[in-house]
Write a protein that binds this ligand. Structure first.
Ligand code: AHG
Ligand code: MN
Ligand code: MN
Length: 332
C-alpha cells in the first residue's frame, strides 16, 4: 500500500507540454498554449459524448456540410466547442474545419493555422463505437497582421508543425506529435486530466490487420483487389469500424494497414487531405510507418482545395511496401 502511495502521479498533458516547451529555447509559449487549448476542447467533447445518451445530442440535425454529408448534432457541437476553445485561447490565426465552408479567420496577429475534423466517424455515435477528433497545425506564410490567404492554408503535409488526434472510446486518449516522435495520453475521468501513458509510440514494422470498406470492392481497381486477395491468402485479418481514428489507432498499437482506395464513383476516395490524411500521415511516419495515396507520399501532396479528398493507404512499413507493390503493379 505504501508503495502505491509512493508512486508519482504521472506526467499530465499540461506538464508534458511545458517540459517540451522548455526543451526548445526561445519558445514563446504560444504553441504550448494552443496544444493546451486542444486538450481543453477534447475534455469538453469527451464529457458531452459520455453524457450524450442523457442529453439527446445523438442523431441528425437536418443540415449538410459543404461536401453534402449529413451533419450529426455532435458534429456541430464538436465543431463549435473546438472553434470556441481555440479562439478564446488566443493563439490561432485561422481555422479550417470539415464542418465549415470557408476558412475562419480568428486573429490576424497570430501565426498558427489549424485544420480540423472535429468529429471523425460521427455515423458511429448513435451506436457507441469510438469516434475521434483530428487536427493538423501549420505556421502561416504571410506576414502577421495581414489577412490570412489560401497559400497559408494550402500547405503540404510535410510543413506541419504538429498533428494529432483524440479518440473517445472505452478510455479516451490524446495522441500527438510535434515532429519529435509520437506520444499518447490517457484521460483520467476522475481527475479530469490526460496523463502520459504511451510514450514514444511506434507502429509495429509488420502486422496482419487490414482495414478497408470491402463492400466497395466492385469499385476498386484490379490491383487493389489483388492485394485484398493476398491478405486473405496470407492469414491476415479484417478489422474496420468506419471511424478512421479508431482504425488507425488500433493499427498503430497492433500493426496493420488502413486503406481508402480510389473508387469508380469517387476517384479520390473519401478521406480529406487537409484535416484527415495529413495529420495521420505525419503521426504514422513519426511512429515509423508509411502513408501514401498509392502513387506518392501523402506528406508531399500539394493541396489545391481546403476540402479535397485523396486516396489513402497508411500503416506498418512492411505492410505498406507490400500493398504498394500490388497497387503499383501493371499486371492486368
Ligand atoms: P467523418 O465522420 O469525419 O465524415 O469521417 C468518416 C470517414 C472515416 O472516419 C471513416 O474511415 C470513413 O469515413 C468510413 O467511410 P465508409 O463508410 O465509406 O467506409
Ligand atoms: Mn472524418
Ligand atoms: Mn468529421
Amino acid at each position: 500500500m505504501e508503495k502505491e502511495f509512493a508512486k508519482p502521479v504521472g506526467i499530465s498533458l499540461d506538464r508534458f507540454i511545458k517540459l517540451r516547451q522548455d526543451e526548445s529555447p526561445g519558445g514563446t509559449g504560444e504553441f504550448s498554449q494552443m496544444l493546451r487549448d486542444i486538450g481543453l476542447a477534447a475534455r469538453i467533447i469527451n464529457r458531452e459524448l459520455n453524457h450524450f445518451g442523457l442529453l439527446d445530442i445523438g442523431g441528425k440535425i437536418g443540415t449538410e456540410n459543404i461536401q453534402g454529408e449529413e451533419q450529426k448534432k455532435m458534429d456541430v457541437i464538436a465543431n463549435t466547442r473546438f472553434i470556441r476553445a481555440l479562439s478564446d485561447g488566443g493563439e490561432i490565426c485561422a481555422i479550417v474545419s470539415e464542418e465549415e465552408d470557408e476558412i475562419i479567420e480568428v486573429d490576424r496577429d497570430k501565426k498558427y493555422i489549424i485544420a480540423l475534423d472535429p468529429l471523425d466517424g460521427s455515423s458511429n455515435i448513435d451506436v457507441t463505437v469510438s469516434v475521434g477528433t483530428i487536427f493538423s497545425i501549420f505556421r502561416r506564410k504571410s506576414k502577421l497582421g495581414t489577412a490570412v490567404n489560401e497559400e497559408d492554408v494550402l500547405q503540404k503535409g510535410s510543413q506541419q508543425l504538429a498533428a494529432g488526434y483524440v479518440i473517445y472510446g472505452s478510455s479516451s486518449m490524446l495522441v500527438y506529435t510535434t515532429g519529435k516522435g509520437v506520444n499518447g495520453f490517457t484521460f483520467s475521468p476522475s481527475i479530469g486530466e490526460f496523463f502520459l501513458s504511451h510514450p514514444d509510440m511506434k507502429f509495429p514494422d509488420d502486422g496482419i490487420i487490414y482495414s478497408v470498406n470491402e463492400s466497395l470492392v466492385h469499385e476498386f481497381d484490379e490491383s487493389v483487389v489483388r492485394y485484398l486477395k493476398y491478405c486473405k491468402e496470407n492469414n491476415h485479418t479484417l478489422r474496420y469500424t468506419g471511424s478512421l481514428v479508431t482504425d488507425f489507432h488500433r493499427n498503430m498499437l497492433k500493426g496493420g494497414i488502413y486503406m481508402y482506395p480510389p473508387c469508380q464513383k469517387t476517384p479520390n476516395g473519401k478521406l480529406r487531405l487537409l484535416y484527415e490524411c495529413n495529420a495521420l500521415a505525419f503521426l504514422c511516419e513519426q511512429a515509423g510507418g508509411k502513408a501514401s495515396d498509392g502513387k506518392q507520399r501523402i506528406l508531399d501532396l500539394q493541396p489545391t482545395d481546403f476540402h479535397q479528398r485523396t486516396p489513402f493507404y497508411v500503416g506498418s512499413a512492411k505492410m505498406m511496401t507490400k500493398a504498394m507493390s500490388f497497387v503499383n503493379s501493371k499486371e492486368k
